[in-house]
Design a protein around this ligand. Sequence first.
Ligand SMILES: NC(=O)c1nn(CC2CCNCC2)c2c1CCc1cnc(N=C3C=CCC=C3)nc1-2
Length: 313
Amino acid sequence: RAGDGGAAKAPLIGMTPNAMGVVGNRRSTEDFEFGEVLGEGSYSTVTHVTTVHPPYREYALKVLDKEHIKRERKTKYVLIERDTLKTLDGHPGIIKLWWTFQDEWSLYYVLEFAENGELLHWIKKYGSFDLRSARYYLSQILSAVAFMHEKGVIHRDLKPENILLDRSMRVKITDFGTAKLLKQEEVAFGASLDEILSEGKESSFSSDFWALGCILFQLLAGRPPFQARTEYLMFQKIIKLEYEFPLGFPTDAKDLVEKLLIELSNVPQVVDPKARLGGDPSNGNGIEAVQSHPFFTSRIDVDARPPAAPPKH
Ligand SMILES: NC(=O)c1nn(CC2CCNCC2)c2c1CCc1cnc(N=C3C=CCC=C3)nc1-2
């Protein structure tokens, strides 16, 4: 480090803030040992990596192919994901983007590693969750969604595949490549924002609430509410609200699912987005209405525990 005065100005050796403003001292793939591939997209691959220098840390390294991004005109989505993760930095329920770097061929996102993978894996492993476990997971997902919406981010693809679990089985939401990041002035609109957005139903906050209803159903039923052989048949079931609760589905959970799964349907009495739980923030029917629902607040007698942290894969 430089002498008097210089120390304050001289950057730490080998440590410079990147575009994220995050000081990362891993500037190339040489700094990582590559492990298993965790997931692949049309222009990216996510791999479990460990730093080769101490302190040894595990990350999920997302490698994005520059040529493919340009060819497929995906630059906008790449930037939305980066900016969204930067905007959401700091919430424990959202995968953290530690830093980024690039080389001639690729962009690299150094992301938090969620050791226990997808929530969907554990729903399939256990068949379905008990009420206490469903509340454990849904309350963490809701906390992350509340934070996202407060920051003007709509995920738009919330599902058990994109809800990851860390080594302590804590929720870590990922995959913001299709998220909508509202401009500051749009976020400033606050309560009336949802109405502006609900013209384009696919991009309003309510699409995340719909997803919460589907996730809660799946946690307790062990299957999604809507299943069909084709997308067209699926869409028909959704707009007609054609789904059935299995016998024994808990009452409070049933009520919450019914109140969340009314947004995208065209059932006459619910065309108004305000009819949906969470759909009218200006009248106290915002995300707080979901958080204060009896599903989260009523006593559960069953002394069930969320799935214990499982043995390593
Ligand atoms: N698209 C991504 O950004 C992404 N994709 N994955 C793996 C996907 C596998 C299919 N379902 C969605 C996620 C990740 C991330 C973020 C960062 C991230 C962090 N930890 C894990 N962990 C996993 C552990 C075991 C199996 C799968 C993923 N995965 C990811």
